[in-house]
Design a protein around this ligand. Structure first.
Ligand code: SF4
Ligand code: SF4
Ligand code: SF4
Length: 259
C-alpha cells in the first residue's frame, strides 16, 4: 500500500528497469511536459535514459518494463522484487508479454532462421509477463504507456493513495459504441477484449483497436474468434490479429476447427 512505503517529507526512491522490449515506454515519458519537475519529487536511483546506474539501491517504487524472456532475467527480476516495496509492470510487454511474446507461437527453428540469426540463447524461455514470476502491485498497460496515466499514477502515489486500475474494455470508452461500431461495418476491431483506459484513442483517430493494451482478463476470446470467423476472416488473419498483443496461453484465441 503506498501510504506505508515512505515517510512524509521523504523523497521516495524510484527506479526504472528494462527487460525484453523496445524501451519505448521509458522513452515516451521523457516527452511529458514538466517531466523533470515531476521526477524531482523522487530520489531517482536507476533510470539509465536519464541518470547513471545505481545497481545497489533498494526502491520504494520500481517500474519494470519489458517481457521476461530468459532464465537470467527471471533471477534478476526476483532480486529486484526483493528490494522494491512497490512494483509497477510498465507497459504491455511487462503486463502481458506484448510484442516479444509473439515468438511463443513460432517454432524455435523458425525463430533461429528468421529472427535470431541462428543464435537463440539456451537461456531463453517463453517470453511472458512480469507477473508470471513475481508479485505486481500495479499494471500500467499500453504500448507505449499513456503519458496522462503515468502522471495520474505518480500524483496519486505521492499522495499515498491507492491507484485504481482500469478493468473495463475499450468499447466502454468508444464513441462508435451502439451506433456505428466497426464490427457492424464488418471491420475487425478488438476493443471488446482489450483493457480500456486509453479513451479509445485509435477509434477517435479513425482506426480500429488492435489491442495494444493487452487482453482483458474477463473477455470472451472464444466469442471474439467466432465473431471474426463470421466476418469472413481466415484462420491465419485471425491469428495475426490476435497474436500481436493477445498471446498469453491462458487466453483461448485459437480459431475454431471448421470441420
Ligand atoms: S510495451 Fe511497447 S513501447 Fe513499451 S517496451 Fe514494450 S514494445 Fe516498447
Ligand atoms: S468493437 Fe471497436 S468500434 Fe465497436 S464499440 Fe468496441 S471499440 Fe468501438
Ligand atoms: S484503442 Fe486499442 S490499440 Fe488504440 S490505444 Fe487503445 S487499446 Fe491501444
Amino acid at each position: 500500500m503506498p501510504w506505508r512505503l515512505f515517510k512524509r517529507g521523504e523523497k521516495p526512491k524510484v527506479g526504472f528497469v528494462s527487460f525484453t522490449g523496445c524501451q519505448g515506454c521509458q522513452f515516451s515519458i521523457l516527452f511529458i511536459d514538466n517531466i523533470l519537475k515531476i521526477l524531482k519529487k523522487f530520489d531517482i536511483k536507476y533510470f539509465h535514459l536519464l541518470k547513471e546506474k545505481n545497481k545497489e539501491s533498494d526502491f520504494d517504487l520500481i517500474f519494470v518494463e519489458g517481457a521476461i524472456s530468459t532464465k537470467s532475467q527471471v533471477k534478476k527480476l526476483k532480486e529486484i522484487r526483493k528490494k522494491s516495496k512497490y512494483l509497477v509492470a510498465f507497459g504491455t510487454c511487462a503486463t502481458c508479454g506484448g510484442i516479444p511474446a509473439m515468438r511463443n507461437f513460432l517454432e524455435a527453428d523458425e525463430l533461429k532462421k528468421h529472427v535470431y540469426n541462428q543464435k537463440l540463447s539456451k537461456d531463453s524461455i517463453d517470453a511472458g509477463p512480469v507477473e508470471k514470476h513475481v508479485k505486481v502491485d500495479y499494471h500500467m498497460y499500453g504500448c507505449p504507456v499513456i503519458k496522462k496515466e503515468f502522471v495520474n499514477f505518480i500524483k496519486t502515489f505521492l499522495k499515498k493513495k491507492e491507484v485504481k486500475e482500469c478493468e473495463t474494455p475499450v468499447c466502454l470508452e468508444c464513441p462508435r459504441k451502439g451506433k456505428n461500431c466497426y464490427l457492424l461495418e464488418k471491420v475487425p476491431c478488438l476493443g471488446a477484449v482489450t483493457h480500456g483506459g486509453c479513451n479509445a484513442l485509435c477509434i477517435r483517430n479513425n482506426h480500429q483497436c488492435i489491442a495494444c493494451r493487452g487482453p482483458l482478463k474477463t473477455a470472451n476470446f472464444a466469442a471474439e474468434v467466432k465473431l471474426f470467423e463470421n466476418l469472413g476472416l481466415s484462420e491465419k488473419d485471425i491469428k495475426n490479429k490476435l497474436h500481436k498483443f493477445i498471446n498469453n496461453e491462458k487466453n483461448n484465441t485459437k480459431p475454431h476447427n471448421k470441420d
